[in-house]
Write a protein that binds this ligand. Structure first.
Ligand code: S3P
Length: 167
């Protein structure tokens, strides 16, 4: 992995992208960027409000725009929202500006962690959550590195990320 590139964490809601991302950024003395946070800041509204007021398609446009802006910044560890890596245009931006790591976790664990979380509009209905998870696996597999996280602490996942990236 080239030093001047971003490290993107991808994976489903609740897999630990932000927690692991912060640890990883700390270890590498790099900035941490949470793409959802960037979107909220730019819009001046929460993700839940953007979904409720403008719908998912509008959210996806803001997400792609935010990703484009982040891609041009100095090397950082970037946590993507769970759906960001599932759009081919976004995957292209990720591939051009860094390496991608998929934090893998079983859907049962993800449901326990974030099912019903008011801040996550796509985690309100269990069946929808499960089918969305299944439908996204093929896209997550396109990440450069696959990291199983089950049974590991966030610090252990960060260690595994450093090993995978060979830095
Ligand atoms: C989404 C995941 C969320 C957020 C939005 C949509 C998704 O991010 O971007 O609610 O489509 O999976 P997290 O993966 O950080 O929860």
């Amino acid at each position: 992995m080239k030093a001047e590139q971003h490290i993107f964490l991808v994976g489903f809601m609740g897999c630990g992208k932000s927690t692991v991302g912060r640890l990883l950024a700390h270890r590498l003395a790099r900035p941490f960027i949470d793409l959802d946070g960037e979107i909220e800041e730019a819009a001046g509204r929460s993700i839940a409000r953007i979904f409720a007021e403008d719908g998912e398609a509008a959210f996806r446009r803001l997400e792609s725009r935010a990703l484009g802006q982040v891609a041009g910044r100095p090397p950082a560890v970037v946590a993507l929202g769970g759906g960001a890596f599932c759009q081919s245009g976004n995957r292209k931006k990720v591939a051009e500006s860094g390496s991608s790591l998929w934090l893998q976790a079983p859907v049962e664990i993800l449901l326990q962690r974030v099912g019903g979380d008011q801040g996550r509009p796509l985690a309100q209905d269990e069946e929808r959550f499960r089918s969305l998870y299944r439908s996204r696996l093929d896209d997550y597999r396109k990440a450069d590195f696959h990291l199983p996280t089950q049974g590991l602490s966030p610090a252990q996942v960060a260690d595994a990320a450093l090993r995978a990236l060979d830095i």
